[in-house]
Design a protein around this ligand. Sequence first.
Ligand code: GDP
Ligand code: IMO
Ligand code: MG
Length: 431
Amino acid sequence: MPATVVIGGQWGDEGKGRVVDLLARDSTVVARYSAGNNAGHTVINHMGMFALHLVPAGIFYPDKICLIGNGVAVNPKVLLEEIGSLESQGVSAQRLFVSDRAHVVMPYHPMIDNLDEKLRGAAAIGTTGQGIGPCFVDKVARLGIRMGDLVDPRAFRERLSFVLPYKNAVLSRLYEAEPLAFDDVYNAYSDYAAKLAPRVCDTSEIARQALGRGEDILLEGAQGALLDLDGGTYDYVTSSVPTSSSAGAALGIGIGPAEIEKIVGVYKAYMTRVGNGPMPSELLDETSHILRNQGPRPEYGATTGRPRRTGWFDAVTSRYSASLNSVSSVALTRLDVLDPFPSIQICTSYKIDGKTVDSPPASIAAFDRAEPQLEEMPGWEEDTSSARRFEDLPVNAQKYIRRLGQLIGSPIEVISVGPEREQVIIVDKPI
Ligand code: GDP
Ligand code: IMO
Ligand code: MG
């Protein structure tokens, strides 16, 4: 099986890092293909607990090659800090490489991100403030600086001499902010470049060579399909392509789309969302508080620490994201969080202006009017965190999982019952 993609099926934070840490053992290469350090992927294993922002979750296996692909926006300072922090915890980052085509997050990007949010006022997106949106805007506007430029001192000076005055004009004239001094930016970024240069190369070549040898490679998505620019709840979305699509997983690492054979969709057993935007099954009562705080890893953002909004499983958006991504296998996470509930609800359709709707509407206004239609199932009120076989789960948990499989429309093959690597059920006969 050449390339497997792991994507988030909801609004991010489904447990992709946890699932990649598990699946990486069967691959030789693990690669991030999109986003930047707006992502926060938590991994808990025998080496400790880690919140990864740029480094792929395959890094804990000393024999795997880890790639940061051309579709990623790289903040070199954050990357160096992440490498330093991993190494201080005994994790070698020696086999980590960064694409020479990846775009660099420059100091004006987080500034513009935060200034833009202020300008949007009530329509603020609730971004992570890491400058990832503005970095991708520059990529599309053909004003970006790429890792290959950064590590070539002459090319970097030339490129920055063109881009920085342009950005300074935007900063001072549009946002009335202080411009940045050329020497400060050039010197700080030249220092990062010198440290990262040995890792910067054509990572797509590494991925293609592994595929040519018949090896399995794993492509680690960030965010979730409902945050995709085209497929998500626009304009409350991110600025890159989290999906398994050709423009996301394949192009973001630089391989052909036909290399992808398996697409694992990671879904929580309920919904969460950080930031603003529609979420029809959101709970605003005590239940929301329980969902957020139940279990070993409460629902607070791994990047910003913001409390995550919580709600019942939304089968409308989940079925849609499975279909949009051609999900061939589902990994269901955080089942244990539902343990204390005497009854559990699933949103199976929406009612919008009196009509039953079973696919997500395009407009935010329609989304805002959507009333979730709920199906109730009995809970199990038992601890599931030590189950390792499907048969070990309480009968009502088995019924709930089967119902989700039916509603998503793709087979469930992995069930996570805790944040640690071994707290998992690999299902023999997919559900
Ligand atoms: P990602 O961005 O998709 O990698 O997900 P995050 O790491 O941002 O958020 C997922 C959170 O759930 C992390 O704190 C994980 O440690 C935790 N987690 C993953 N799987 C499980 C699970 O099955 N049960 C519980 N209780 N926590 C889990
Ligand atoms: P992982 O990979 C959850 C959300 C932000 C905001 C919107 C736009 O950990 O699942 P951005 O900074 O990207 O311009 O913010 O997208 N967002 C995420 N939410 N998990 C993530 O990543 C996210 N990355 C971005 O909260 O609503
Ligand atoms: Mg996350």
